[in-house]
Design a protein around this ligand. Structure first.
Ligand code: PEP
Ligand code: MG
Length: 351
């Protein structure tokens, strides 16, 4: 299969165990490292909450200073396991209230740990409450309103990369990825932020690291205006979980209540969160691919939603000429096989 396939196969992984598993299954890099998982860790959550609850930027920066070394260690470990293969690191995505306590009991425990009074904590949690969190203050919107969070993450990535070089190991190729971008101007802001911090760290350490900055395509606007994004983004990764959600206007967390009726009545042939809706979501991907490549012919394009491990969706990725698919580590073998079958299918069509 590996001899005939054209598509590269990467894995979605953030823990050392997942990264090792992915490599054992033949992944050629990490296509999506979701950094929020690193923030939810038992030993981090206190500092993360301190950051969220801070009243001002100075308070947030103080908490971020505590998170930086932990985040750097995560990346050192990931880069070590991946031995020079590309690693796409997505900066913080979820709405901040997800990190706050939800039960009364948790709230009291957090108040005790942070030294804040429970009433203030409760007030802050209420302030952060959103009616539609999936369409709210998440993704790169966090990085735009609190740039210090993304600055810390970019610093951690580059400090880790420099440390790998200092240890005499193969230099990693970090790919810094910004989530939920909709507009060229947003991407411009994020690109400048990333380059500024990367340069700062490389100058401090006296090391040059090859890297890329890119975006996820998770919103219809991002797909339609992909040309604007490509001015600043060197790669696109289609986040088809969100892109399916935002194209259909169906919350993937709530779809279970009615999707079966749609499937039973033949309105949907398959669950669009499992198999890519090629006519709708797929058309947006095709448009983004064409418009992105028109501006940046060498843009690297991949997919990292759940569909990246689904054979029918992989065939579509082959058809429109993406460069890679990224899926959960355990689906990597299937993806390698499906990519080969898709390549053969396309070649036969050309005959
Ligand atoms: C996606 O939206 O497809 C994606 C990979 O991001 P997440 O699932 O973390 O929202
Ligand atoms: Mg997403």
């Amino acid at each position: 299969a590996d001899e005939v396939r054209r598509l590269k196969v990467r894995a979605n992984a953030e823990t050392p165990l997942d990264a090792r598993t992915a490599r054992q299954f033949g992944a050629e890099g990490i296509g999506l490292c979701r950094t929020e998982h690193m923030f939810f860790d038992e030993d981090r959550i206190a500092a993360v909450r301190e950051m969220i609850l801070a009243d001002d930027e100075a308070g947030r920066r103080a908490a971020l200073t505590k998170i930086l070394p932990m985040q750097r260690d995560d990346f050192v470990e990931l880069f070590t396991i991946m031995e020079g293969l590309p690693v796409t690191i997505r900066l913080l995505d979820p709405p901040l209230h997800e990190f706050l306590p939800h039960t009364e009991e948790d709230l009291v425990a957090v108040a005790k740990a942070t030294g804040l009074d429970a009433a203030k904590l409760m007030r802050r949690a209420k302030e952060l409450h959103e009616t539609n969190p999936m369409l709210g203050h998440r993704g790169c919107r966090l990085g735009v309103s609190y740039p210090e969070i993304y600055e810390m993450q970019v610093r951690a990535i580059f400090e880790a990369a420099c440390e790998i070089v200092a240890q005499g190991k193969t230099a990693p190729i970090p790919e810094v990825m910004h989530p939920l971008v909709a507009k060229g101007e947003e991407m411009r802001y994020l690109r400048l932020l990333t380059d500024r911090i990367a340069k700062q760290v490389m100058a401090e350490k006296g090391v040059t690291i090859e890297y890329m900055v890119g975006t996820m395509i998770e919103l219809p606007r991002a797909a339609i205006r992909a040309g604007d994004l490509a001015e600043y983004a060197e790669f696109f990764s289609f986040g088809t979980n969100d892109l399916t959600q935002t194209t259909f206007g169906i919350s993937r967390d709530d779809s279970g209540r009615f999707l079966n009726a749609y499937i039973d009545k033949g309105i949907f042939e398959k669950d669009p969160f499992v198999t890519l809706d090629q006519e709708g979501v797929g058309d947006l991907i095709r448009i983004a691919t064409e418009r992105g490549r028109a501006v940046r012919p060498d843009a690297k394009l991949g997919i990292c939603g759940e569909h990246g491990g689904d054979p029918a969706s992989i065939a579509f990725c082959e058809k429109i000429g993406l460069d890679y698919v990224s899926c959960s580590p355990f689906r990597v073998p299937i993806a390698r096989l499906a990519a080969a079958q898709a390549a053969i299918g396309e070649r036969e069509k050309d005959r």
